[in-house]
Write a protein that binds this ligand. Structure first.
Ligand SMILES: *[C@@H]1O[C@H](CO)[C@@H](O)[C@H](O)[C@H]1NC(C)=O
Length: 409
């Protein structure tokens, strides 16, 4: 390894531009830290550096077209391809990385530098800033930053139109996104739509607690999505699992501030698909508004949310650690028709900032079924002297093991 790294360094010293050959950074890194395994590199891999397509670092001038040109070249290349966004700051407006691509899977996108969005929502016709679309086999890796510059535009968010997500996967199959930092998106940090077999890991997701609608990872109409080993502090849901999501797992994710891990909101629109198979395990919530939440709109059309597991969760000063809210966001008084069933809460401990730590507000028309609580150990850390309780409306609950707050009667 060391020998190879030295060889690369010499090659680099001889070459006019290390970066252009794609050897520089990694070779130097290998020499600094010879014991760390460098990422495996296909010797036939061709690097498409956005600088060679006219991108200008410095963050003053919109480089989106150069990014798209570099992507087109990488995507149309029939060998192993990597799109490289090198160190430096690049300003880009709406950017679409579209497949299908012609080379062996996966195509790699390495973000080493910082991307800054043009901070003007009217410049974005759709609901994304950076879009990956119609790609089978994609690896988006870091360790760069995407900065949506949302702090400049949140004040215009009246809740009406949706602001662009920083990164959107649309119709991506077999995708990985890892080691990216996302700060201050205009809308969601990462949105995963109509995609299959996606992994999101080692992500750092940050926005102020007061930023509007800045979901961390927003998943809809997708199956087999795994989020792990990430830290999310944001103004809305840390992870939102929306209609048509099946087989979603969230592991070892820390959330807070933020609105917690949410299934929903569901039932806002007609013809929503069911949510089935959600697992949230080994997660920590810290100073979050909610812990684990299921939310559906009042007066909603019928659909289902079922087979959901929340296990091994730590709550640290969470306002509503366990909540089902089937009257969410509704102006209508009629009950929700989203049927919630087969939800298990196992080994949930820590502290609650409110006296009602378990709040189950289910629908009168379609009551919650097969709710199971096992080993719930929460403490009240609120200011007021109130009894620490659970409330249940239209909910059938089975209890096992320790329960604090005490179960509903
Ligand atoms: C959580 O992590 C612990 C320690 O790694 C492990 O033993 C446990 O099985 C995990 N829980 C779940 C539900 O995966």
């Amino acid at each position: 390894m060391k020998y190879l790294a030295n060889a690369l360094l010499i090659l680099c010293l001889l070459a006019a531009s290390c970066e252009a050959k794609g050897l520089g950074r990694r070779a130097r890194a290998a020499i600094r830290a010879p014991r760390r395994t460098a990422p495996r590199r296909d010797p036939n891999e061709k690097v498409f550096n956005v600088l060679q397509y006219g991108a200008k670092p410095g963050g003053k001038q919109d480089s989106a077209l150069s990014f798209i040109r570099a992507w087109r070249a990488a995507c149309n290349y029939r060998g192993t391809a990597r799109l490289l966004i090198p160190m430096g700051t690049f300003l880009i407006g709406a950017t679409i990385f579209q497949g299908p691509c012609l080379g062996p899977v996966p195509i790699k996108v390495q973000i080493a530098g910082t991307l800054k969005a043009v901070p003007d929502p009217s410049m974005y016709e759709e609901d994304f800033w950076i879009l990956f679309e119609k790609i089978n086999g994609l690896l988006v890796t870091g360790t760069g930053t995407v900065d949506g510059q949302g702090n400049a535009v949140w004040k215009y968010n009246d809740g009406g139109s949706r602001f662009p997500s920083s990164i959107k996967f649309n119709h991506v199959v077999n995708g990985i996104i890892r080691q990216i930092t996302s700060v201050n998106p205009m809308g969601f940090h990462i949105s995963i739509v109509l995609s299959q077999n996606i992994r999101a890991k080692n992500l750092h997701i940050t926005a102020p607690a007061t930023s509007p609608n800045t979901d961390g990872i927003h998943i809809s109409q997708s199956s087999v999505v795994k989020v792990s080993r990430s830290v999310i502090s944001t103004g809305d849901d840390c992870v939102a699992i929306i209609q048509g999501s099946t087989d979603v797992s969230i592991k070892k994710v820390t959330c807070g501030p933020g609105h917690g891990f949410s299934v929903g909101s569901l039932g806002k629109y007609p013809d929503e698909k069911d949510v089935r198979g959600v697992v949230v395990t080994n997660c920590t919530l810290r100073n979050a508004d909610n812990g684990v939440r299921i939310k559906t709109w009042g007066g909603s059309p019928p659909s289902q949310a079922s087979n959901i597991l929340f296990q091994d969760i730590i709550m640290d000063n969470v306002k509503r650690p366990i909540i089902i809210d089937q009257t969410y966001g509704s102006k209508s008084n009629s009950p929700s028709r989203v049927k919630i069933s087969d939800v298990r809460y196992i080994n949930i401990r820590g502290t609650s900032a409110s006296a009602v730590a378990v709040d189950l507000m289910c629908s009168k028309t379609v009551p919650c079924e097969k709710l199971y609580f096992s080993n719930i150990n929460l403490k009240y850390y609120g200011q007021k002297k109130l009894p620490f309780t659970s409330t249940c409306t239209n909910a059938k609950v089975n209890y096992a093991g320790y329960q604090f707050p005490p179960p509903c009667r």
